[in-house]
Design a protein around this ligand. Structure first.
Ligand code: NAP
Length: 282
């Protein structure tokens, strides 16, 4: 393997340690409320790991595991109550929600000052104009990795595969704000393979194992694999064919141990930011 492995796990641990140190200086512990509706097993795993992260960072945390039959009113009432709580700085509603609940309406109901996922249109707008209060967790985590490894997107050709609101679009914005020249690809992009092969920094966030092959990677490119898929053997993997990509790339993220832990660390960082704002600490 020629590429340097970008160790997201180690960097995430470092970030959480510094978040814990900063949280310890606040008059009141940062508080995060995580709301889970229904019994999606993957969501349950995410919620458990968020609880562990909160413990590691010295945060107060609350979990609400609501049944799949929860009504719109019950969920909105809970969010309104959490919005009004002084000890809760961040509110996270685990997606996807069960059918019948409107995700857009639910995300809009969260107080933007407690929107630590950075999904509320107010925060998305702030991000778009380049004045974000919170960093979108996954793309923000990618930017932290680039910074840690001395990779400056300025003047580089950055190609992002996938245009979701959660990953692809905010990723493109952050790279643009960092002065990268950004190309955003999606399922209707006819020449995605050629565009990817022209990238100095390639970020894949599609969700298809084996999508990114060596011919899509420029010699010496930085390859960031955001995806979390299961291969035929049920093993966790990204979009990128790791071994062949690592032979051409200069830097590469593994799956697992790459972007995933960084997403979690950025959520903690955002919750600290929210707590500082709520407590008037700069
Ligand atoms: P998503 O909402 O399903 O979006 C997938 C995107 O990929 C869409 O924009 C889609 O295009 C595009 N796409 C699908 N097939 C394509 C193809 N053949 N060629 C080019 N583009 C294609 O997924 P997401 O929520 O962004 O997540 C993407 C991946 O990242 C998933 O594996 C997810 O598990 C992972 N993820 C990881 C983390 C982490 O912390 N590591 C966090 C979030 C997500 P259209 O818009 O045209 O449909």
């Amino acid at each position: 393997m020629a590429a340097v492995l970008i160790d997201g796990k180690a960097l995430a641990a470092q970030i959480k340690q510094s978040v814990r140190a900063d949280a310890g200086t606040l008059p009141r512990k940062p508080g995060l409320a995580v709301v889970l509706v229904g019994d999606n097993p993957a969501s349950r795993v995410y919620v458990t790991s968020k609880r562990k992260d909160c413990e590691e960072c010295g945060f107060y945390s609350e979990e609400y595991a609501l049944p799949a039959e929860t009504t719109r009113k019950q969920l909105l009432d809970l969010i309104a109550e959490l919005n009004g709580r002084e000890d809760i700085d961040g509110i996270l509603v685990q997606l996807p929600l069960p059918k019948g609940l409107d995700e857009r309406e639910v995300l809009l109901a969260i107080d933007p000052a407690k929107d630590v996922d950075c999904f509320h249109p107010y925060n998305v707008g702030q991000l778009t104009i380049g004045t974000p209060v919170f960093q979108p967790c996954t793309p923000g985590g990618v930017m932290e990795m680039l910074k840690e490894y001395g990779i400056d997107p300025a003047g580089k050709r950055c190609v992002v595969l996938g245009r979701s609101n959660i990953v692809g679009k905010p990723m493109a914005l952050l790279l643009l704000h960092a002065n990268g020249t950004v190309v955003l690809c999606h399922s209707k992009t006819p020449d995605m393979r050629e565009l990817a092969a022209s990238a100095d920094i390639l970020v894949s966030a599609v969700g298809r194992a084996g999508l990114v092959t060596a011919d899509m990677i420029k010699e010496g490119a930085v390859v960031i694999d955001v995806a979390m898929n299961r291969n035929g053997a049920g093993k966790l993997c990204g979009d990128v064919c790791f071994e062949e990509a690592a032979a051409k790339a200069s830097y590469i993220t593994p799956v697992p141990g790459g972007v995933g832990p960084m997403t979690r660390a950025m959520l903690m960082k955002n919750t600290l930011t929210a707590a500082m704002l709520h407590q008037g600490v700069k």
